[in-house]
Design a protein around this ligand. Structure first.
Ligand SMILES: Nc1nc2c(c(=O)[nH]1)N[C@H]1C(S)=C(S)[C@@H](COP(=O)(O)OP(=O)(O)OC[C@H]3O[C@@H](n4cnc5c(=O)[nH]c(N)nc54)[C@H](O)[C@@H]3O)O[C@H]1N2
Ligand SMILES: Nc1nc2c(c(=O)[nH]1)N[C@H]1C(S)=C(S)[C@@H](COP(=O)(O)OP(=O)(O)OC[C@H]3O[C@@H](n4cnc5c(=O)[nH]c(N)nc54)[C@H](O)[C@@H]3O)O[C@H]1N2
Ligand code: SF4
Ligand SMILES: [Mo]
Length: 738
């Protein structure tokens, strides 16, 4: 008998709906409740994956989604707690031993250095239940303020800009389907054709109407998609989007395209913004960004025309946000959208595309350094009192704000820094900026514990690795890029030695004699999350498992007794006066090649300076810890390749497929060159999915946006030169693929 469970993809924030089926009928069963299962060790996936009709994906899945079940019974799966010996080799120990060791490490660090010597690094892939519990566990059971997560690398600038302008941060304040009928869509620094392929369906209408406009220094797959319909591709110098956006606002104001009634009634701050863009006329912006003045004017006009007919949307992705001025750039995009009257209008809007599976929910319920559940501020006395009452603890037991991710990582092993670190759902040795320095920090810790189901590059460095459950093996909820809460269902009994993170936190809390309670049952934790979030910005109090199981559309805020909020801002914004705030922003000086000496490269006479941008390939997810273990995906993209324009390559004698060194004062990458006219000639591109010699983050700088703490992933100076093939270090990512 065949059994099946309706669930959602384990990877990105589109959260495509899928049905998992056991072809044999022996293994999985629909939830609720565990069902006996013998895990097959055969290389075939234990479950069949089928796309399921749902508004975001309409039955479609990308290659990562199709192959996601291959990892469930992967031979490289960790199924026992592993302790690293003095010889550097990990060996199995019992769960009791492992938990005792972790608890002892926490107590030691606390006694020697104080509670803030214990740190937690979380992830946007955790379910709402796990993310919520991790925030509570850190503050109450570990007693530390030092918790932050990889969303700091992902959504922090867009979130900060949204809070500043609208008073609330929900990536898309409207259902994704709203894009279908839009006349004009301006996408800045987002390559959904590779990062969320089924999303492209929602761009077709605008594309066919000639209204899709993509801003990217590369002719990405998404930029190429504009061509058929007569859309536009604006190809600025990396890091100049803020200037470009000021130019667009300049045109909107000077060509009288402003929605004056909307600006008057629904916004504040117009005059200062109008003054700030006055000197950004299109010809000047052309000289600063490389985007032709005519295209700047045309873009502004199409946005205004779309707003009058069909609808106009402005969307941002990591390309414009992962910069030291990312918050200001997102703010400039919001200002432009407010001048045109888009946010809150019935057919138009502004949004940012959340990336990780639970990137949205994961940034709402307390794994951020400055946050309590329900998107509350940890410094707000009323928020502290509310959450303390739900947790049943005195308010002063909740620590104050901790350190944002980059600062937390910089503090590893330092005086007053973190000495004992717990990592849940992030591969920081590969995904963090200035990865060489992070690896040094990880090495200098007294104790590193990593929860994962694979030996990621970070887990490989850990003293203790705890095996956890994969998506199809546990219950929970996620909140997708639309702010819609979804059920993830168990379809498979996990391997005997693996444990849920809720169970791990519960057992550790006992050993640490922590105040309050730590349930290992996801639904019980969700019920507590509902109470803790009640009255906050991200209010989930009206949502329960039963309605999600029915497939009800649950968009937050969803206070008890309401029916949720598919569209935000139709009446008012979340600031006290109900208005959106326009904040004037201006470009700051960026680094130049001269700022980046080549001290560490011995024979660099033949090296040429370039701007490095980094990003994603369709086949790999993030640090690649998961997708490098899927044979089909690894075969399609086995290694990092540096994209470079053929003219720039020819000037250095670099041929297609030949090796290059990409270096700066922080480190060096050696990989093959991929010649492509899709990239600007002063810019090179590296994916960040690969470790070791191919790790792009050996080159990125841990400089951060002053408001959000977002690091500079997409604008770094590097020197490129041809080199001979490397002799070692290129084999790591090919191990263990199944
Ligand atoms: N295949 C795949 N899909 C994913 C992920 C993955 O790792 N792999 N990760 C998920 C996550 S967590 C996220 S956050 C999203 C990210 O999704 P995206 O934001 O679409 O991904 P990126 O490739 O990081 O960046 C998008 C584009 O920004 C461009 N870019 C770089 N620098 C600049 C610049 O200065 N200005 C402008 N305008 N553009 C620039 C790059 O050329 C790139 O094409 O994807 C999600 N989906
Ligand atoms: N140069 C450069 N660097 C970047 C970016 C970029 O564009 N350029 N993008 C940044 C962005 S947007 C992001 S989101 C980050 C992401 O980068 P990471 O934080 O490294 O994300 P993942 O590779 O998804 O790592 C997740 C790890 O947790 C494991 N895992 C998955 N689910 C769970 C779970 O439920 N529990 C536990 N305990 N483990 C789990 C996986 O096996 C994997 O080892 O990278 C950032 N780094
Ligand atoms: S687009 Fe995202 S959610 Fe959909 S199948 Fe691909 S990785 Fe999964
Ligand atoms: Mo992300």
């Amino acid at each position: 008998m065949t059994t099946s469970a309706d669930t959602h993809c384990p990877y990105c924030a589109l959260q495509c709906a899928m049905t998992l089926t056991s072809p044999t009928g022996q293994a999985p069963a629909a939830q609720p409740g565990p069902v006996p299962v013998t895990l097959t060790t055969a290389p075939a996936a234990p479950l069949e994956v089928q796309g399921r009709d749902f508004p975001t994906n309409r039955g479609g899945l990308c290659r990562k989604g199709w192959t996601s079940a291959n990892l469930l019974n992967h031979p490289g799966r960790i199924t026992e707690p592993l302790l690293k010996g003095p010889d550097g080799i990990h060996r199995p120990i019992s769960w009791d031993q492992a938990l005792d060791l972790a608890a002892t490490a926490v107590k030691d660090a606390r006694t020697r250095y104080g509670a803030d010597a214990v740190g937690v690094f979380g992830g946007g892939g955790l379910t709402n239940e796990k993310a919520y519990q991790l925030g509570k566990f850190a503050r109450l059971a570990l007693g530390t303020s030092r918790i932050d997560y990889n969303g700091r690398f992902c959504m922090s600038s867009a979130a900060a800009a949204g809070m500043r302008a609208f008073g609330v941060d929900r990536g898309l304040p409207f259902p994704l389907e709203a894009l279908d009928t839009a006349g004009t869509i301006l996408m800045l620094g987002s390559n959904v054709a590779e990062t969320m392929p089924p999303f492209v369906q929602h761009l077709k209408g605008a594309r066919d109407a000639g209204g899709l406009i993509v801003v990217d220094p590369r002719r990405s797959a998404t930029a190429a998609f504009t061509a058929d319909g007569g859309g536009l591709h604006l190809q600025p110098l990396p890091g100049t989007d803020l200037t470009l956006l000021l130019g667009l606002s300049h045109v909107v104001i000077h060509e009288n395209l402003v929605d004056t009634a909307y600006v008057r009634e629904r916004t504040s701050g117009y005059s200062a913004v109008a003054r700030s863009v006055a000197s950004f006329w299109p010809e000047r912006v052309q000289s600063l960004t490389g985007v032709p003045a005519d295209l700047i004017r045309e873009t502004a006009r199409r946005l205004a025309a779309g707003a009058r007919k069909g609808g106009s949307y402005i969307l941002t992705g990591r390309g414009v946000e992962q910069h030291v001025d990312g918050t200001d750039t997102a703010t400039a995009a919001i200002n432009l959208s407010l001048l045109l009257g888009l946010p809150g209008s019935a057919r138009s809007g502004y949004g940012t595309l959340t990336g990780q599976g639970n990137g949205q929910g994961g940034r709402e319920h307390g794994q951020k350094a400055d946050q309590l559940p329900g998107y509350r501020k940890i410094t707000d006395p009323a928020a502290r009192a509310h959450v303390a009452s739900v947790w049943g603890v005195p308010e002063d037991l909740i620590p104050g704000p901790g350190l944002p991710a980059v600062q937390l990582l910089k503090s590893l092993g330092k005086d007053d820094g973190v000495r004992c670190l717990f990592v849940h759902a992030s591969n920081i040795a590969v995904a963090s900026p200035d990865a060489n320095a992070v690896i040094e920090g990880l090495r200098s810790l007294d104790f590193l514990m990593v929860c994962d189901f694979f030996m990621s590059e970070t887990a490989a460095m850990a003293d203790l690795v705890l095996p956890v459950l994969q998506w199809a093996e546990e219950e929970g909820t996620l909140t997708n890029l639309e702010g819609r809460v979804l059920r993830r269902r168990r379809a498979l009994t996990p391997p005997a030695g693996a444990r849920s993170e809720l169970w791990i936190m519960a057992r550790l809390a006992e050993r640490l004699e922590a105040p309050s309670t730590y349930s290992e049952d996801p639904e019980t934790v969700f019920e507590e999350l509902r109470l803790a979030s009640a009255g906050g910005l991200a209010d989930y109090s009206g949502i329960d498992y039963a309605m999600l199981d029915r497939g009800d559309a649950a968009y937050w805020p969803y206070p008890a007794g309401s029916t949720g909020t598919p569209r935000l801002f139709s009446e008012r914004f979340a600031h006290a006066d109900g208005k959106a705030v326009m904040t004037p922003v201006l470009p700051r000086r960026r680094r130049t090649p001269a700022d980046s000496p080549l001290a560490n490269i011995a024979d660099a006479a033949d090296a040429k300076p370039f701007t490095l941008i980094t990003g994603r390939l369709l086949e790999h997810y993030q640090s690649g810890a998961q997708t490098r273990r899927v044979a089909a995906l690894l075969a399609a993209q086995p290694e990092a390749r540096m994209q470079i324009h053929p003219a720039a390559a020819a000037a250095m004698g670099v041929a297609e497929g030949s090796f290059v060194s990409v270096a700066n004062e922080r480190g060096e990458v050696v990989c093959r060159a991929e010649l492509s006219t899709a990239i600007r000639s002063e810019t090179v591109f590296l994916p960040f999915h690969f470790p070791e010699l191919e790790s792009a983050n050996r080159l990125t700088e841990a400089a951060t946006d002053p408001i959000s703490g977002m690091p500079e992933f997409k604008f770094n100076k590097v020197w490129v030169r041809p080199v001979a093939a490397p002799t070692a270090g290129k084999v790591l990512q090919t191990m263990e693929a199944s």
